[in-house]
Write a protein that binds this ligand. Structure first.
Ligand code: SF4
Length: 378
């Protein structure tokens, strides 16, 4: 991209966001990008660093997220248990899962550099130690606690902090994700495992980017992530390996789409802004109908998965319901009804009261068939 074009894009994003600093992306937010890669609304707002949580609240549809204090306390206690005594429990799991043949491994806490918590400094320190670890050929295992990684998201730098990076023997790195949801009889809730895999993929990508910047082979960061959870409602940690290749591919696609979001932005009205126009106390003064119109200007692609991944989910669900969108029915149904935008259109095609448009002949035939089968069965 030329310098001029880059400057124009930055100015355009600043206008879209309004007079507030861009909201940084944490790993959870970046992981959520991969949950609905086809949504232009999310791509534009995230690329511009818009505070979607504040936008949703001002629109009257506050996001349903936020962990209960109880869940946070339980999560912190479990993480402390896994990391106690230089990660003794974690080492036990790593020996089982990765075949670490040594009884002990070095433990390095990167969380605090001589009392200086600056993200820049912590990242530089992580960079130095990961470089040294990647050069070292010795057989020692090393655990890095609180490393600070970095990813560029549509021109903004986001700092990310995985729970631990385990450095395996022979120079291979594994990301470790510590989660407090339970594994019962070898099974965990699929939605929670999927979310953990998406989040871990962000760390894998960030660590691979770091290795590449340092001149090492990024493939030395394994696509197999170690997921550590409590087992059978007891607090005993159990570990399993998660293959995050699919999540990595989706994430890469979505990030490159965000880098090319300029093409979507070019098609939007020049005066469009999501500015909340906060007063001196930070309270938004933007008229709600005006903001609603602004948000609706950018096409959304609502799916039920949005309910667990995007701050705007209640707003977009309401919008999709008002328009009778087939997207409300979930991705599978939406994809099966490709080219049929609303439920009333699908019903019209099914009972023959609507003539199929160009390209809708096949789906109309299937809908009529389904309608006939239901009528015969009923
Ligand atoms: S909630 Fe709305 S903006 Fe967010 S990903 Fe879903 S459709 Fe897109």
């Amino acid at each position: 991209m030329s310098r001029g074009r880059e400057r124009c894009e930055v100015e355009r994003f600043d206008r879209l966001r309004g007079a507030v600093p861009a909201r940084p992306h944490d790993a959870r937010a970046i992981a959520a990008l991969a949950a609905n890669p086809g949504c232009a609304r999310r791509a534009v707002m995230d690329a511009a660093g818009v505070d979607k949580d504040a936008t949703a609240t001002h629109l009257g549809f506050p996001a349903p997220f936020g962990q209960s204090p109880f869940a946070i306390t339980r999560g912190n206690a479990f993480e402390a248990l896994v990391k106690d005594s230089g990660c003794a429990e974690l080492l036990r799991l790593l020996r089982e899962l990765l075949g670490l043949p040594i009884p002990l491994a070095a433990y390095t806490d990167l969380g605090d550099i001589g009392g200086n918590p600056s993200a820049h400094l912590r990242h530089a320190h992580t960079l130095k130690l990961i470089d040294r670890a990647a050069r070292d050929d010795d057989e020692a295992g090393t655990l890095y606690d609180h490393p600070l990684l970095r990813l560029e998201i549509a021109g903004h730098t986001s700092y990310l902090e995985p729970d631990v990076v385990a450095f395996r023997l022979a120079g291979r790195f594994h990301i470790v994700e510590i989660k407090s949801f339970a594994i019962v009889d070898g099974q965990a809730e699929p939605d929670k495992v999927a979310a953990a895999a998406r989040q871990a993929a962000v760390y894998v990508l960030a660590l691979r980017t770091m290795l590449a910047e340092l001149g090492h082979d990024p493939a030395r960061v394994s696509h197999e992530v170690v997921l550590v959870c409590p087992e059978n409602f007891a607090n005993r940690p159990a570990g399993t390996l998660l293959d995050v290749r699919r999540e990595l591919a989706v994430l890469r696609r979505q990030l490159s789409r965000m880098a090319r979001v300029g093409a979507i932005v070019d098609g939007l009205p020049e005066e469009l802004t999501f500015d909340l126009a906060p007063d001196a106390d930070g309270v938004p003064t933007r008229p709600v109908p005006e903001l609603r119109e602004a948000v609706r200007t950018v096409g959304a692609r609502y799916a039920p998965e949005c309910l667990s991944t995007c701050d705007l989910c209640f707003f977009c669900r309401d919008e999709a319901a008002a328009g009778g969108s087939t997207e409300l029915l979930g991705r599978q149904v939406r994809d099966a009804l490709g080219g049929v935008a609303t439920v009333s259109e699908a019903l019209g095609l099914a009972d023959g009261s609507l003539t199929p448009g160009e390209g809708q002949e096949e789906i109309a035939r299937l809908l009529r068939l389904a309608d006939r089968i239901y009528a015969e069965a009923g």
